[in-house]
Design a protein around this ligand. Structure first.
Ligand code: PLP
Length: 394
């Protein structure tokens, strides 16, 4: 018999993918413009012009053998040095290239990090709502995911609940801010309090690593600060990706940054290299490593996402929906007017609105609206949101 866990994983689609596939069929039936697809988190703005220009320049001027060849397993030195310099400049730290490991995006960063840290049965605390793949990645690394509900209404980390969830098996706390699916950015106060708890554990002899999954770091509105965890806690690891910030999700490029102040930084970095090797990653795409070496400081234009956020928050609130106002990413968390968010998402389909029930994100009573779509589609979808709200008033 082959591995049945893998068969199960490969046989059932995620709720998000299921809805996306439904949307494709529905669009074929009634026309593209008549379905309001808020299911996927695929960036709707193109990669910045500087990214495209540098790519063309690399392809036309660099040695093709090198551009498409293997690199060092942990990534090309020039790329890692550029990433370290970017972090140091922005967050007043002193990382070197040897604290950086280039990966095939955030999913790979997380899988490698979890495999590097966990022994069988180790627990990983995460804050709900959370990206559903955390469970898959943690369990595949031999660990147990322990979701702890964020504070009702704000979805900031509930520090007392996190403290209560810590056991002798807790190996890591995994956070994601700006958050998928709530769009919430964890405040400086939340991060300080969380790190204080972890520091206390460390002083009592238990090292708990803080893993920060940051694909949405640059997607914030109105200058909101996203605290950099290495400035608060030494035993920290950042899992980064350019998928969302530079709109490159199909190119698979990101990195792991190991805090140099960690007391066992060299050992953890070696474990990251070992886990990447054992998982068969070999190296991150060479062309995109060359690109990142040139564009590590390029910032995205978030104006379309911000405009979409403002339009949706204003309109949905005026129709009577309760929403969590997001400061970042491109997701809006909307309270379901009925307790069962699956039933609400199902009813929304009758109005051709594709919304993701939040149960798979570990929270009851909400849906996720992914607004990385065209402003035009949002404008056309508003009467459907209004009619859906009205259907609960009758
Ligand atoms: N983490 C979070 C919170 C995400 O939302 C995603 C993708 O949507 C990922 C990780 C995976 O990102 P990547 O495409 O860079 O692997």
């Amino acid at each position: 018999m082959i591995n049945q866990k893998s068969v199960r994983l490969g046989s059932v689609r995620s709720v998000i993918r299921e809805l996306f596939e439904y949307g494709k069929k529905r669009k074929a039936q009634i026309g593209e413009d008549n379905v309001f697809d808020f299911s996927l988190g695929n960036p709707s703005v193109p990669a910045p012009a500087a990214v495209r220009e540098e790519l063309i320049s690399i392809l036309s001027s660099c040695d093709p053998v090198e551009v498409h060849g293997y690199t060092s397993a942990q990534g090309d030195y020039a790329c890692r040095a550029a990433v370290a310099e970017h972090i140091n400049k922005n967050f007043s730290l002193s990382l070197s290239a040897d604290n950086i490991y280039m990966t095939c995006g955030a999913a790979a960063s997380l899988c490698i990090t979890l495999n590097a840290l966990l022994n069988a049965g180790d627990e990983v605390i995460t804050i709900a709502p959370f990206f559903p793949e955390y469970r898959v990645f943690t369990e595949h690394a031999g660990g147990v995911l322990v979701p702890v509900l964020g504070e009702e209404g704000t979805f900031q980390p509930d520090i007392a609940a996190i403290r209560a969830a810590i056991t002798p098996r807790t190996k890591a706390v995994l956070i994601n801010s700006p958050n998928n699916p709530s769009g919430v950015v964890y405040t400086k106060k939340s991060i300080e309090q969380l790190c204080k708890v972890l520091q206390e554990c460390k002083e009592m002899g238990q090292t708990i690593y803080l893993i920060s999954d940051e694909p949405y770091r640059e997607l914030v509105f109105g200058g909101v600060e996203v605290p950099y965890i290495m400035n608060y806690y030494a035993q920290s690891i950042v899992c980064y990706s350019y998928s969302k910030s530079l709109s490159l999700p199909g190119e698979r490029i990101g990195y792991i940054a190991v805090c140099p102040d960690m007391n066992n930084a060299a050992e953890v970095y070696a474990a990251v290299c070992g886990a990447g090797r054992a998982l068969g990653y070999v190296c991150a795409p060479a062309l995109f490593q060359k690109l990142i070496a040139r564009v590590a400081d390029v910032l995205p234009d978030v104006s379309v996402y911000e405009r979409n956020r403002d339009t949706l928050v204003a309109a949905l609130t005026s129709y009577g929906y309760k929403v969590v106002r997001p400061d970042g990413a491109f997701y809006l968390f909307v309270r379901s007017p009925e307790p069962d968010s699956d039933a609400f998402a199902e009813r929304a389909k009758k109005y051709e609105l594709l919304l993701v029930s939040a149960k798979s994100f570990g929270v009851e009573g909400y849906v996720r609206v992914s607004y990385c779509v065209s402003p035009d589609m949002i404008a056309r979808s508003l009467p459907a949101f209004a009619a859906l709200a009205d259907s609960y008033k009758k």
